[in-house]
Design a protein around this ligand. Structure first.
Ligand code: FES
Ligand SMILES: [Fe+2]
Length: 360
């Protein structure tokens, strides 16, 4: 990783070096310094409503199981048996205990080790010392997040004003209605950079450009997140036929939030869409899109869901092409650093400042 001094003044700052994206060793550093120290989306709560429900998930390469125990308390553990590191839970379901899939050690949903088959004669062994290793789990709206760092600030502190600003949407009652996965041949940070600015909208997203009031578009940055203010242009009858957001009326607004490092919330048309950006390797990224709305939905929300999926699919394909082009070009070694647009790229600069802070 190339050493350079990050400039906190946007107007004079150079962008971070290309090597921060292209160096294959960066991802291991980012995992330790960033992904294992921040709140990571783990599961939607509609899979964890009842005592005994559990879901085994991969959180940035770490196997985790999230469960609601017999007392209704939400818990998370490393999905790693204390015997010889087998897996204790697979998939999702409802059960009273976890049985390791290797030699059958049995754990309660509270993580306590209960039985160890054929272990008579093993000395200096106390079951109390071999419970599943717990991980912090906290919730907001319909989501469970985990954090592998015991010193990280609480989830609600990281989310700042977001819960208050979005209280009108009643996220608690929402359920996951749809998931779509996209793979991008690019470093994960290129995808995040692209999400964080509207500078490319006029050129790269002609369809979206028609919907937005680009002059008013702006990005506001906070400690650990940024928000994008992107008002929808009023629909005039003469161009209504070509418009996607015709369902938005009057004061309806769209809200977009990015939470460091890899979680986005997009709120419009009475639904909530989240994006989770998962680095598979330094050169390949999984972007997960999930749509949520209130049960059971109305005919309008279901229709809006379909148009939202179609529209987001169009924009996502345009963004993937941009990101893959940038990735190819960064790897030539010809390009090292650029500059930020003061008016439009403060969100990208804010992301890079958090990267520089975390990586030291
Ligand atoms: S590794 Fe789990 S019981 Fe052996
Ligand atoms: Fe875009």
């Amino acid at each position: 990783m190339q050493n350079f001094k990050f400039q906190t003044d946007l107007a004079v700052a150079d962008t971070i070096p290309a090597s921060w994206y292209t160096d294959p060793n960066m991802l291991a550093r980012e995992k330790t310094a960033i992904f294992n120290k921040t709140w990571q989306f783990a599961a939607s709560l509609d899979q964890l409503r009842f005592p005994g429900n559990y879901v085994a998930v991969d959180v940035m390469g770490t196997p985790v199981v999230v469960t609601r125990d017999a007392n209704g308390q939400l818990r998370a553990f490393y999905n790693i048996c204390r015997h010889r590191a087998g897996v204790v839970a697979r998939g999702a379901g409802n059960r009273k205990s976890f049985q390791c899939q290797y030699h059958g050690w049995l754990y309660g949903l509270d993580g306590c080790l209960r039985t160890t088959p054929e272990f008579e004669g093993v000395q200096n062994f106390r079951k109390e010392d071999f419970g599943l290793m717990p991980i912090r789990v906290e919730t907001w709206g319909p989501f469970a997040f985990v954090n592998m760092d015991n010193n990280a600030p609480p989830l609600l502190e990281v989310l700042g004003k977001i819960p208050e600003e979005t209280a009108q949407f009643n996220f608690d009652g929402m359920r996951k209605m749809k998931r779509m996965d996209y793979y991008v041949n690019a470093n994960w940070k290129i995808y995040i950079d692209n999400y964080l600015e509207g500078y490319h909208v006029p050129i790269a997203h002609p369809g979206l450009f028609k919907e937005l009031d680009y002059e008013q578009y702006r990005v506001d940055t906070y400690r650990y997140y940024s928000s994008q203010y992107a008002p929808i242009r009023p629909v005039r009858t003469e161009d209504a036929a070509g418009r996607v957001y015709t369902a938005l009326q009057g004061d309806d607004k769209a809200f977009y939030y990015w939470i460091f490092p890899n979680f986005m919330l997009n709120i419009y048309l009475g639904m909530l869409q989240i994006n989770i950006i998962v680095p598979i390797s330094h050169d390949r990224t999984l972007t997960i899109f999930e749509w949520y709305f209130s049960d059971p939905g109305t005919p309008d929300t279901w229709n809006n869901l379909q148009s939202s999926i179609d529209f987001s699919d169009e924009i996502q394909k345009e963004d993937i092409e941009l990101c893959e082009d940038v990735w190819r070009n960064m790897q030539t070694g010809v390009y090292s650093q650029g500059r930020y647009c003061v008016k439009r790229e403060n969100g990208v600069h804010h992301f890079h400042s958090l990267l520089a802070e975390a990586l030291g």
